[in-house]
Structure formats: C-alpha cells, structure tokens
Design a protein around this ligand. Sequence first.
Ligand code: C2O
Ligand code: CU
Length: 481
Amino acid sequence: MVDLLPSDPAGLPEARRPARLDLSDGATLDLTVTPVAKSLAGTTVRMLAYNGSVPGPTLSVRQGAELTVDVTNHGDLETTVHWHGLRLANRFDGVPHETQEPIPVGGAFSYVLRFPDPGLYWYHPHVREDYAQELGLYGTIVVAPAEPDYWPPADSDVVLTVDDLLLTDGEVPPFHHERTSHAAMGRFGTVFLTNGEPEPRLPARADEVLRLWLVNTANARVFNLTLPGARMKLVGGDSGRVEQEEIVSGVLLGPSERAVVDVLFERPGSLTLEHRTPERTVPLARFDVGGAPPGRDLVGRFELLRRAPEFAAERSGLPAWIDAAPDKVLALVARMSGGGEHHHHHHASTADGIEWEDEMPAVGSDAVRWLFVDRTDGTDQPVAGWRFRVGDRVKIRHVNETHSDHPMHHPFHVHGAGRFLVLARDGVPEANLVWKDTVLLRTGQTVDILLDLTNPGLWMAHCHIPEHMHSGMMFGFTVEG
Ligand code: C2O
Ligand code: CU
C-alpha cells in the first residue's frame, strides 16, 4: 500500500471564515494548525487551517511594529511558517533544517516578526507546500504605512486570496506522505476559491473607493483578474506602492504575487471579479454594489494618478543597470527521464508563455527534475555557493528556456534577504517599478532583476510552484553582515 496523507473529514469541525486581527506593537498571537472539514462544490473535504479558518486570519499590523507568533502544530506533518515577502531576521524565516528545525506534530515554535515595509504579505508553511498550502494553510498580513498619505485615499478595503483546489469526483486526489505529485505542471485546481469560498458575495458601494488587496495563493495557476463595470487603479504590488499609479483593465498575478488595486464601481448592481484566460472566463467573486453612482468629484479624485517619490532615484539609475552585464545568469530548465517521450506539446494557450491550464496528463510527469542552472561565465552547473554582502546590489538575469524538456512559466521568489526591482523583460525596460519578491517568468522569457540585499543570513530562492520547488527548483545563498 502506498503511504497516503489523511483525507477523511468525518468528525472534524467545519472551517470558519478568516478573522481580521488588529495587532498592536509588542502583541503576541497564537497560531494553531489543525485539520478541518470544508463543504464546497457539493462535497465535504478534509483541509488544514490556521486557527480554524481557511484562509488563516489576516494580521493587521503597523509598519515598524514587532509581533510574536506562537505556532502550535496539530496538523498531519511537521511544519514551519514562512512569512512571505517580509524582510526579517533569518532565524524566523521558516525554512526547515536551514533556519530552524521543523515543528513536529504536537510541537511549537515562536516567531518574532518586524514589519519594515508597508503593503500586503502572506504566510504559509515551508514543508510540503504542495500539500499543506493547497489544503488551506495560508493567511495574509496587511502592514499599514507609517507615512500618512502613502496610499491614495480609499473608503474601505478587502483582502482577497485567489486560489484553486483540485477535486476529482468530489474528492481531493491523494497526497503521498513522502513525495510530491504533479511535478511537471504543478497541481492545477478545478474549483476556484476566493478567500476560501467558491464565488463569495461581497458588499460594496458605488459612491466609495474600495481597495482590493490581492494575492495569488494557488500552487501553479496564473490569475488574470478583471472587474468589468468598474474602474481599476493599480496602486501597489508585492511590497508597497508602485512608482506610478495607473488605470488598468486587469492585473496578472503569478503564484505568490500581490497587487493592490483601488476600485470605483460605475453604478450599483451585481458585478463579478473574473479570471480571464485566452480561452475562458471564470467568475471568482460577486460584489453586491449599493449606494448612488459615483459623482464627478469622486471620479476626479479617483483618476488622480500620483508618482511615488522614492522611485525617482531608482528610475534615473535604471538605464545604467539595464546596460550593465549581469552579475549572475540563471537558466530555468526541466530534465525528464525516459528519453524525452514526455515532450510537451504546445497549445494555443501557451502562445503568451503562460500555461493557463494543466495540458499535461499527470501520468509519467513525476519523472521530471527541475533545475536552476548557473550560466554565469559560460558555466553550466547547478547553482551553488553564491555569497554576497549586506548593501550589495546584484543584477540577476533569468533565462526561461524553451528548449528544456518541459518549458513553462515559473514564479521566481527570493526570501527576505532583501527585495528586488524588475529591470527589463526581454530587453524592454520595466515601465512601472515596484519592490518585489516574486517575478513571473513566462516561457521563453529573459527577465533581469536588481536584487537589493539588506538582511544577513542563509536565504532561499525558488520557484513558487511547490511541485517544482520540491523537484529541485530551489537554492540557498549567503548574505554576510
Ligand atoms: Cu512563499 Cu519560500 O515562499
Ligand atoms: Cu516552476
């Protein structure tokens, strides 16, 4: 018999909706992992929850605050918590065996967190994310800025996680105890979950500006979010505000990326947050919009587009960085065993370099090894031994190769050693800068980033598709203090 992780929801408490917790400087929070039952899509499945809810609670904190989180593990496997996007002390980064021993079932660990940057962050385990994050272990963190007018004015806000869960015949296909499955594509879901629910209804008003804090918590799926009948203004990304506020028709989020979007509904009524691919449109959430249509003043205020002064110096330095030779060159490649008979067939949906759906049968797909190959100085070795110093700025070129055995998109994520700017994608200078911790690399794309290193320690960089990460797409690098 194969050794499978538990899947029976019988007798478990039903998952609750996430709480939003206002946590003051110096506060302590208890965060407990337990299994829960979740009713959705006409069935009941066993999931995992932080403090009984899927997603876990939203932590609301102020920039510069300190928070202690006492994590207790009553889940199925050992665990850790990774605080995604926070620049933090290395020993609280939650990487098993590298920054801490994993928390055994029945065990506990205390994390001490500081929040140097405003914006939207999130947390999830760093042990078997392919299983634990897929089944509900993720939650959000909203860091309020110290500077009063950091964000444009908004009247209300809502945090939305967008995700998908794979169900086959009303059941979650089993997870193996020891190893990941779906190693080629990552586990694409069939049921779309927004804040843990299929198509939740959310209240809104047409005479107000609503801020959406958006994060993609899916394993592998890229989301293209639109809200027909509303104006959308992009105000922030992974870590804080954008260089230039911008009216947009939608936002594209790779796994683990964030966007902060202000919304002005054109009129009251029922509007749908949608995920749009070249081939289909999926409803994710419904806004029940009340109030009067927006007046001229409100529209005028909404359409004011501000520039963030902290990016002026970065913008003027950009051409020199774009011209500079990369300090490091990374190629993203797949190697399949079995003589290449699993070669991926290209579909129309991949013309833009994004795999919108799982086009590959799971059969045979677990023979894949994913690699970051170091091409700096013409070498062709797995990445090893990168060392930098606090204060360094490192230009890294990513080449997402199409002639690898299985080309696809990869969301490249760097842990809290610092943060980065995207310099250029396929040689095109980035039009609107924002500090990032994850960048979506489309198939065939070359993306240059400028990594700004601020925190010492041993840090991870990896593809945020957990099935890829657990199949080789992760490396550590050292930042000396
Ligand atoms: Cu959200 Cu190591 O990742
Ligand atoms: Cu990947």
